[in-house]
Design a protein around this ligand. Structure first.
Ligand code: AMP
Length: 388
């Protein structure tokens, strides 16, 4: 277990919280198109304020490549955060240096640092830069699960200079749900894995197959497995160089793996393309979604499970009608009553378009970070936190 912000006495202390405020921006960086990431850290920020801390917040935003860039300034984030917290949020002109030190917050106040990635030293995990960041606080808290797979100054380097590192409330939740699902899940436990490429998810399949009772494969990656079984795949996406790997996974984990038994195929890759459902993919056609028999079989497994882990869509869900498999299974997951843990990115969009987000137990805020976590890779930003 990692030290949590809830284990610490924050009263009168200055608390540095590494948040993930890497929000999508429009209008040359003036407008925030989704404030979801800001909202996700509000409980931690409010907790620190309620417990008597002065709060210093830090995040990266976009890819400024180590140089100040007005289009990636934290200014709109400071304004939005002030609105959400209902109190002033000061914006520092930089993230280190005397001008920042002069603005450090008293208990009950909030200071947002300027974009960490305006300094190349952040991504380089530079020790001198880490030490400068550490000077801004008494206590270090990481709430940026979405950045925990990166070993940067603000996620790893500065912790040794502060002395200790604790998880924020959002980080706590991520570790709790992803941790339990991948080590000690309520059983039966099923993983639903889809998406474009086997190569992106091999480590996840291997890692999850050690713990889950069943692994349901969908999306384009299913066709590399079908080819490995010697079945026809037409023009479907197949990773030729991963067929041998798929064969060895089928040989070692075949008892747990389930593959699609029918497919929605089309001649063209476009929304609304003329399509048909088949059990064998004809030459010249590409499979763009799982078919109704597969949906039924997968939904039955999901229904009888106590834990569902989901990462990746079952078909080209951005292009109706090839969203049916993904949306149907999103509903099946929500209806199952199981503990459901959904990885970020496309799976999150899919449950949103199915209208079931509120009935999912935990939707991870980290795309890349949750993929690595589910793959059994230790996240540097988590490893660097203090054990308790
Ligand atoms: P990933 O980022 O690996 O989870 O992959 C998500 C992408 O896989 C989405 O953009 C889907 O459209 C795509 N995808 C899922 N199923 C298929 C399929 N049968 N053929 C082509 N692309 C697919």
């Amino acid at each position: 277990m990692k030290l949590s912000i809830q284990d610490l006495d924050l009263n009168g202390k200055r608390v540095f919280i590494r948040v993930d405020f890497n929000v999508p921006l429009a209008n040359g960086g003036q407008e925030i198109t989704s404030d979801k990431r800001i909202r996700a850290s509000l409980p931690t920020i409010q907790y620190a304020l309620d417990h008597g801390a002065g709060v210093v917040l830090a995040s990266h935003l976009g890819r400024p490549k180590g140089k100040p860039n007005a289009e990636m300034s934290m200014a709109p984030v400071a304004a939005k955060l002030a609105e959400l917290l209902g109190k002033p949020v000061a914006l520092a002109p930089d993230c280190i240096g005397p001008a920042v030190v002069a603005m450090l917050p008293a208990p009950g106040e909030v200071l947002l640092l300027e974009n960490l990635r305006f300094h190349a030293e952040e991504e380089a995990n530079d020790p001198a830069f880490s030490a400068e960041l550490a000077k801004l606080c008494d206590i270090y808290v990481n709430d940026a699960f979405g950045s925990a797979h990166r070993a940067h100054a603000s996620t790893v380097g500065m912790i040794q200079f502060v002395g200790k590192g604790a998880a924020g409330l959002l980080m706590d939740l991520e570790l709790k749900y992803l941790g339990k699902a991948t080590t000690n899940p309520d059983r039966p436990c099923v993983a639903l894995i889809g998406g474009a490429k086997v190569s992106d998810k091999i480590e996840m399949i291997e890692n999850l197959s050690k713990v889950v009772d069943k692994l349901l494969i969908g999306g384009a990656m299913a066709y590399t497995f079908l080819r490995a079984q010697g079945l026809p795949t037409g023009k479907s996406l197949v990773e030729e160089d991963k067929i041998e790997l798929a064969k060895s996974l089928l040989a070692s984990k075949g008892d747990k793996l389930m593959l699609p038994v029918d497919h929605v195929v089309a001649s063209e890759f476009k929304a609304g393309a003329e399509n048909e459902t088949v059990t064998e993919i004809p030459e010249g056609k590409m499979a763009l979604d799982i078919g109704p028999k597969t949906i039924e079989a997968y939904a039955a497994v999901i229904k009888s499970s106590k834990t569902v882990i989901w990462n990746g869509p079952m078909g080209v869900f951005e292009m109706p009608p090839f969203d049916v498999g993904t949306v149907s299974l999103a509903k099946a997951v929500a209806d199952s009553g199981a503990i459901s843990v959904v990885g970020g990115g496309d799976s999150e969009k899919a449950i949103k378009s199915a209208g079931v987000t509120s009935r999912i137990t935990h939707v991870s805020t980290g795309g890349g970070a949750s993929l690595e976590f589910l793959s059994g890779i230790e996240l540097p930003g988590v490893a660097a936190l203090t054990d308790k």
